[in-house]
Design a protein around this ligand. Structure first.
Ligand SMILES: NC(=O)c1ccc[n+]([C@@H]2O[C@H](COP(=O)([O-])OP(=O)(O)OC[C@H]3O[C@@H](n4cnc5c(N)ncnc54)[C@H](O)[C@@H]3O)[C@@H](O)[C@H]2O)c1
Length: 166
């Protein structure tokens, strides 16, 4: 099982970003996933199957303003997931992605502080009434990696407390 979860969020619209922001966002959010999948796939194929779970974002599906580098890299993660699933499903490699909404992690804390907002402000944006917890995303990742998800392949699973449909 391979889980590609590391990521960074360089905020800003196009004119606010440096080329280094753009390069680093792709290096960590996209290139690392490419290299790790290339390293792991031959072993999974030799073993007769495997599971890969990538961390995309709801912002890769529905872009939030002023996060162009992050949103574009997460759209790439989503497309990469679908492409890899399509290419390697015949070898029983299941590739899926989670697309979280607002989740209470150090990344989110940093963004909230920088924007001069509070967690309570974000809670109010979520129809479910609160932002998500890391363990709620972890449970979804564990499910997608498990044999319980045996027929899930190429799925982009949103976990947003209904924010994505608000
Ligand atoms: N928190 C959210 O609201 C949210 C929403 C959607 C998606 N995500 C995604 O979830 C994933 C986890 O994010 P998080 O919220 O826990 O953020 P975080 O900043 O708290 O954690 C990010 C993790 O990535 C690792 N990382 C960053 N750069 C690295 C590098 N160069 N090499 C190795 N590891 C590196 C960090 O060490 C850290 O463990 C990310 O892909 C993020 O984009 C987060």
């Amino acid at each position: 099982m391979l889980c590609n979860n590391a990521g960074i969020n360089r905020r800003g619209n196009l004119l606010a970003l440096t080329p280094e922001d753009w390069r680093l966002s792709f290096a960590i959010n996209v290139d690392a996933m490419f290299h790790l999948c290339q390293a792991a796939l031959p072993h999974m194929i030799a073993a007769g199957g495997g599971a890969i779970v990538n961390t995309a974002s709801q912002w890769g599906l529905y872009p939030a303003p002023n996060h162009i580098a992050y949103n574009v890299t997460k759209a790439a993660v989503a497309s990469f997931t679908q492409n890899l699933a399509r290419d390697y499903a015949p070898q029983k490699i299941r590739v899926n992605a989670v697309c979280p909404g607002e989740i209470h992690t150090p990344m989110l804390e940093a963004g909230v502080k920088r924007a001069g907002r509070t967690i309570a402000d974000l809670d109010r944006l979520v129809p479910f009434g609160r932002i998500g917890k890391p363990e709620e995303v972890a449970a979804l990742v564990a499910f997608l990696a498990s044999d319980e998800a045996a027929f899930m392949c190429g799925s982009l699973v949103e976990i947003t407390g209904a924010q994505a449909v608000a």
